[in-house]
Design a protein around this ligand. Structure first.
Ligand SMILES: [Zn+2]
Length: 209
């Protein structure tokens, strides 16, 4: 079922006229994203469209077709974005000859420049999504690594404190029975276990040893 999608969010602005004045490629990345976030303009065109009334249903049949409210003509949305000027008819003047509409649409749809522009249009958004996903995953990975380094540094500090303490007090590090179930595992492990009560990460190491 054809969905009437008259561009209303832009108010009186006509993005097609704006793109003719300032091309898509000359705009900032932010502007480009903003343009692509909106549906291509598909306004209901009035009787000025030419000798035969344009049927709104054509917007649904030709995915690339868009219309300008201001000039009351049809344009090719991907060519307007990615191949402006290549086709004067579909990106500058606008199309209005409804008597040859279907055959001209077929002809334009098979044109190499159009196919290239269409491909860019379809991949632009997908590429943008992939870039965002990759940068987010990379950022999360760096954050995880930074946190791991911080934890390791803190744990090493605690272990160093234990070693320094035993050295300073001239206490033996080990004893004859360092098994996990032993009553006395030696000064080193006993001290680490004591510290581990207050250090979650050291606790993990101590339990795992
Ligand atoms: Zn085109």
């Amino acid at each position: 079922m054809f969905e009437m999608a008259v561009e209303t969010s832009r108010g009186a602005e006509d993005i097609i006229c704006e793109l003719i004045e300032k091309s898509f490629s000359a705009r900032t990345v932010g502007e480009q994203k903003e343009i692509l976030q909106h549906k291509k303009p598909q306004p209901k065109l009035g009787p000025r469209t030419a000798n035969r009334q344009f049927q709104d249903a054509c917007y649904a049949k030709k995915e690339w077709l868009c219309g300008s409210t201001n000039v009351q003509r049809l344009f090719c949305w991907p060519c307007l974005l990615f191949a402006p000027g290549k086709s004067q008819m579909w990106t500058r003047q606008g199309y209005a000859n409804m008597r040859c509409f279907l055959s001209d649409c077929r002809k334009h749809g098979r044109w190499n420049c159009h196919l290239e522009a269409y491909k860019k249009w379809k991949t632009f958004d997908a590429t943008e999504r992939v870039v965002i996903l990759f940068s987010r995953a990379r950022r999360e990975e760096v954050q995880r690594n930074n946190e791991q380094v911080r934890q390791n540094t803190e744990t090493l500090k605690t272990i160093s404190e234990a070693i320094l303490f035993l050295n300073k007090q001239e206490l033996a590090f080990r004893c004859h029975d360092e098994s996990r179930d032993g009553l006395n595992k030696g000064n080193y492990w006993e001290l680490l276990e004591c510290f581990a009560k207050y250090d979650l990460f050291l606790n993990v190491i101590s339990i795992g040893s």
